[in-house]
Design a protein around this ligand. Structure first.
Ligand SMILES: [Zn+2]
Length: 318
């Protein structure tokens, strides 16, 4: 009797619970063609919620002559599977590589859907991202996503990048060149922007956002602006895919650099006049008339002002 009970309990604890652990799939989202062979699913302009099931980035893929290269397949196994379904509606070509723009989990936890298909698929990222994931950052992101979505990303596991790419590296994937740019610390200390000359296109990651303020907790205003000024000066592309918001032409690079620069310089000037961060908002808003229609502009700006204030303070002693 004792033995039977034990066996039953063991079975219940392993098989059925594991299957039930995975949250339901995402609905299919519309796919936008942004260049001749490049597609993007522009995610909701929100933070992760139960309703959007954590999906709020811009997963993308390039159909090269030799197969499909996937960039930032989203925040969960469910998002990755949604991206995979969209690719499979278009083509049966092999999926040959994953590229991750930076360590924030909304961009890469969807890797899992592709590694479950092919455990050997190469996943490229900046070496610092690989290091951070090895140190456990991925697990923190899995936990945050679960919490923010109230369990809608359940079943997601850490499948981090495997191949390090540095600034200036060029990798041939499917017969086309993919060029990697990491000019310095920007949105994080591990961003890579990926240029695809064949498509005259840049995947900017979160170094560029279009239509939504995004977190700057792991980056610097000065670094992000410097990176964007340099890439705008040295690279000519017809299409830019931002980390969040709609893809467009290269003017969104400068528009985002201008936004960050104006916030930073105004905060720095007001700080020099003796104002505290919480006293500045109206004056900073007045500097940014073109951006006030951005999603959650009012809610997001206070946090950015505080971060700009701390950065200005830190740089005073450099
Ligand atoms: Zn990010």
């Amino acid at each position: 009797m004792f033995r039977t009970t034990l066996t039953l309990t063991t079975l219940l604890a392993t098989i059925p619970l594991h299957a039930a652990d995975k949250a339901p799939p995402l609905p299919d989202y519309p796919v936008a063609q942004v260049a001749d062979h490049t597609y993007v699913i522009h995610g909701p302009l929100e933070v992760p919620t139960a309703q959007n099931q954590g999906f709020m980035n811009n997963p993308a893929w390039v159909v090269t002559p030799g197969g499909v290269v996937v960039i930032d397949p989203g925040s969960s196994v469910q998002t990755g599977e949604m991206v995979l379904r969209a690719i499979r509606k278009q083509t049966d070509a092999p999926i040959i590589a994953l590229l991750n723009t930076h360590v924030h989990g909304d961009h890469w936890l969807g890797n899992q859907a592709f590694t479950e298909l092919n455990a050997q698929i190469p996943i490229y990222a900046h070496p610092r991202m690989i290091e951070l994931v090895e140190q456990g950052t991925g697990h923190s992101w899995v936990d945050s996503m679960l919490r923010m979505t109230e369990g809608a990303t359940a079943g997601t596991e850490v499948h981090g990048p495997t191949i390090a790419i540095n600034d200036g590296d060029q990798v041939e994937l499917g017969g086309w060149q993919f060029q990697f740019h990491h000019i310095g610390g920007a949105h994080t200390d591990n961003d890579v922007m990926i240029a695809v000359p064949e498509e005259s296109l840049l995947f900017a990651g979160d170094n560029v956002s279009n239509g939504r303020l995004i977190r700057m907790d792991d980056g610097t205003f000065v670094g992000n602006v410097a990176t964007l000024r340099q890439i705008a000066e040295t690279l000519e592309v017809a299409h830019v895919v931002p980390g969040h918001g709609l893809s467009a032409d290269e003017t969104i690079i400068t528009a985002y650099a201008d936004l960050l620069e104006r916030i930073y310089l105004k905060v720095k000037a007001l700080r020099a006049e003796g104002l505290s961060d919480f006293e500045m908002k109206a004056q900073v808003v007045a500097e940014l008339p073109e951006y006030q229609g951005w999603n959650d502009f009012d809610g997001g700006l206070g946090k950015l002002i505080s971060l700009a204030y701390l950065e200005a303070e830190a740089r005073e002693f450099e």
